[in-house]
Design a protein around this ligand. Structure first.
Ligand code: BGC
Length: 750
């Protein structure tokens, strides 16, 4: 973010600042109650501000609150250094868009950029300068609750999303009106915890780190992301808040990142729990590793003043730093904080973003965008011709999420409001001629302890006091009286999210029993699943005529579903994660490494050695999704079958919309390398593009192929990593998903 004049401004301040003032800049605190409520003039936060001991605040809830805090901070700062304000704006601010995982299913980068742009404008209007997004942790484990926030299983798709979100949030300048600084998180491999347990450590091949988990960060940095947040987990034995080789080494050294690195919530002090030493020791480990700001823990504030006088000898932790070195590290971090503030325009004008900014954008416009995004995000997994429904269908709307508001928002929607959500019952009612009948059919979950847990951020799940038999009987009667049943099933909002791992990522048992009961009625079923992760859906396809994976779609999620159900929008979502058939199959991805058994050379043959899985249940492959029309793929054609390094080859394929409705088709290109120095993924996504096709329309799609697509890392250690490319054969696979592809062989000459 740096330019000459901001570097000068930072240098001028640094020359005048005391050690205590510098340490104060590294302290990042939560707003809590802020300053505007009650007579809270003497809160711990206010005292810190008076003493010039705060660099930034996150979680303010209004412009007025940010203004009051800024005024107090400026009064407490000898050199009038302003705060910056941050917040978790993960998939929209007040206007909540579909979950990031759902938006990923749109594969539509312009749409994703537009949602981020709208969120930035809403956030900026509330005095926020930075948002803790995009979350770009690739994940392949459906047990992990933060899959909801993630871009899914694939690094190429995740990288495109990291760039699109960064552009949407920052525009060309995060200091411009209506824009905010992006914060790529969580650096890194937070999406690969052992057994999908949140916060657990990741032990993985360096090759996997370099090829799966790091690339989205490189792409976000290339798009200009101004900040990064460290992850709670350890990577290969070293916790990320102390991971100098990855933060200072890879992130700053290899990608050219020159922004700000913040800790995650109390992530620095948690290094002690990871076994990295006493509080003072871990403070220096984090600072040396490149964590510039300390979120909430106040451990920099507590320990750095003394450490800057004495230095530290901690042989047990392999750490010896002179007082001079500690002061140099404090300077380094402080200069980065100030550089970040300069980049936001705050050193020129401490009230930048807090006074005279544009008002929030029109919420009605945001709602339209949210509705479009919801329709684009839902993935049609099965349709035997039942959909789209005619508006005069006698419809029964059944299920615990049929009339739900709060859960539709999805996790990490801290500024969203349930009252902004149009529930499915209302959304469908607005489009159907006879209003649908309605029955809840069952409770969302059955255990009281679970209901309590799901309500951790406010009540979204309540228990219907009636007996299950009673509720099922009501639902069955409604189903029998209808032409079609739309069944709304899935997860509660906080079923997925931080610290919400699930042992068994599938539909809760009462919902399965409801589906069994409805299936016996013979009335055709359309099942819509609202969830925050890749739920195992084995067997459901056999019970229904149509299956739509709708995720948690935000304020207009149900309206997007209604648009699809009645054919007012065309289904175009494609899975950004492989959907397991049974929970025990997770983790899964299209890019698994092949093995000697029972590898058959085709992704289509999923390993089926599961004794407790019905034969007809297969995972839904990554990239999969149906339309209301058929798109035919002609044979792929290569411009040459041999190429020298440096040459560009093109691969073309002709698509024809052979159906009667328009198509939004996502054409996907996969690559496999069957003769490499190490085992390479069976196939992996290397390119995609989206094309619209009118009924009957034919179009040629061309991908440019370069040798760099076939590069891969060899990494006996992080430091010794090299990217190589072997001469020889690669396979290119084109198709509508990662399974149903047509292949061509290309040979790279030596
Ligand atoms: C989460 C981060 C979030 C932070 C601040 C942490 O618990 O891991 O993603 O940005 O809290 O709310």
């Amino acid at each position: 973010m740096g330019n000459r004049s901001s570097e000068d401004a930072v240098a001028r301040l640094m020359a005048e600042m005391t050690l205590a003032e510098k340490i104060g800049q590294l302290n990042l605190l939560a707003a809590g109650e802020g300053l505007t409520t009650g007579a809270a003039t003497d809160t711990p936060l206010a005292k810190r501000l008076d003493a010039g001991e705060v660099g930034a605040i996150f979680g303010t809830k209004s412009l007025a609150s940010a203004q009051a805090l800024q005024e107090r901070a400026l009064a407490g700062s000898r050199l009038k250094i302003p705060l910056f304000f941050a917040e978790d704006v993960i998939h929209g601010h007040r206007t909540v868009f579909p979950l990031p995982l759902a938006l990923a299913a749109s594969w539509d980068m312009a749409l994703i950029e537009a949602t981020a742009g709208f969120a930035a404008a809403e956030a900026a209007a509330e005095g926020l300068h930075q948002v803790y997004a995009p979350m770009i942790d690739v994940t392949r484990d459906a047990r992990w609750g933060r899959m909801a926030e993630s871009p899914g299983e694939d690094p190429h798709l995740a990288g495109a999303i990291a760039a699109a979100m960064t552009r949407g949030l920052q525009g060309t300048d995060p200091a411009a009106p209506g824009r905010v600084a992006a914060c790529l998180k969580h650096f890194v491999a937070y999406g690969a915890p052992l057994s999908g347990r949140d916060y657990d450590n990741a032990s993985l091949a360096w090759e996997d780190l370099l090829e799966i988990y790091l690339p989205p960060f490189a792409d976000g940095v290339a798009a200009g992301a101004a900040s990064v947040m460290a992850a709670f987990n350890a990577v290969n034995k070293l916790p990320m808040h102390a991971h100098g080789p990855l933060i200072e080494g890879w992130l700053r050294g290899r990608t050219g990142f020159d922004g700000l690195v913040v800790s995650d919530y109390t992530g620095i002090r948690e290094l002690s729990a990871h076994g990295l030493g006493a509080p003072a020791t871990v403070v220096l480990r984090a600072l040396a590793a490149g964590i510039d700001m300390d979120m909430v823990g106040e451990d920099y504030l507590t320990h750095l003043p003394a450490l800057a006088e004495t230095g530290l000898k901690a042989p047990e932790a392999g750490l010896t730093l002179s007082a001079e070195r500690v002061r140099a590290l404090i300077d380094r971090a402080c200069a980065r904080v100030l550089g970040f503030k300069a980049g936001l325009g705050l050193l020129d004008d401490p009230w930048r973003g807090l006074t005279g900014s544009p008002a929030a954008p029109d919420r009605a416009e945001g709602r339209k965008l949210a509705r479009k995004a919801a329709a684009r995000s839902a993935v049609l997994l099965k349709n035997d011709g039942l959909l789209p429904l005619s508006p005069d269908t006698r419809l029964a709307l059944i299920g615990p999420l049929a009339d739900d508001r709060a859960n539709m928002l999805g996790t990490w929607s801290v500024s969203g409001r349930a009252e902004d959500v149009t529930p499915l019952l209302e959304a469908v009612g607005a489009l159907a001629a006879p209003p649908p009948s309605h029955a809840a059919g069952c409770n969302l979950v059955e255990d009281d302890w679970l209901i309590e847990r799901l309500n951790v951020h406010g009540t979204t799940v309540t228990r219907d006091p009636r007996s299950e038999a009673n509720m099922l009987a009501e639902a069955v009667a409604a189903a029998k009286a209808a032409d079609v049943v739309l069944v709304a099933l899935g997860e509660a909002k906080e079923h997925a999210g931080e610290s919400s791992s699930r042992l068994c990522p599938d539909l809760p048992a009462p919902q399965r029993r409801l589906l069994d009961a409805l299936a016996t009625t013979g009335t055709p079923l359309v099942v819509a699943v609202f969830a925050g992760r890749a739920l195992a859906l084995g067997g459901i396809e056999q019970q229904c005529g149509a299956l739509l994976y709708a995720w948690h779609g935000g304020i207009a999620g149900p309206e997007g579903v209604a648009d699809l159900v009645f054919g007012r929008a065309e289904p175009s979502g494609r899975l950004p994660v492989t959907l397991p058939a049974a929970p025990g199959q997770t983790p899964l991805s299209h890019a698994e490494d092949p093995t000697g058994r029972p590898w058959t050379g085709r992704f289509a043959k999923f390993r089926t050695g599961w004794l407790d899985l019905a034969d007809d249940s297969q995972p839904y492959p990554f990239g999969f999704g149906l339309s209301y029309t058929e798109v035919d793929y002609g044979p792929p054609r290569l411009s040459a079958t041999e190429a020298r390094p440096g040459e560009r080859i093109s691969l073309s394929v002709t698509l024809t919309n052979t159906g009667a409705r328009p198509a939004i088709e996502t054409v996907q290109l996969y690559l496999s390398d069957p003769e490499a120095r190490i085992t390479r993924p069976a196939r992996r996504l290397v390119a995609f593009c989206q094309v619209e096709l009118a009924p009957g329309e034919e179009r040629e799609v061309t991908f440019e192929i370069g040798a760099e697509m076939a590069q891969y890392p060899l990494a006996p250690s992080l430091e010794a990593a090299e990217w190589v490319r072997d001469p020889g054969r690669i396979l290119l696979h084109v198709g509508p998903n990662s399974r149903d592809t047509l292949s061509e062989t290309l040979t790279w000459l030596a």
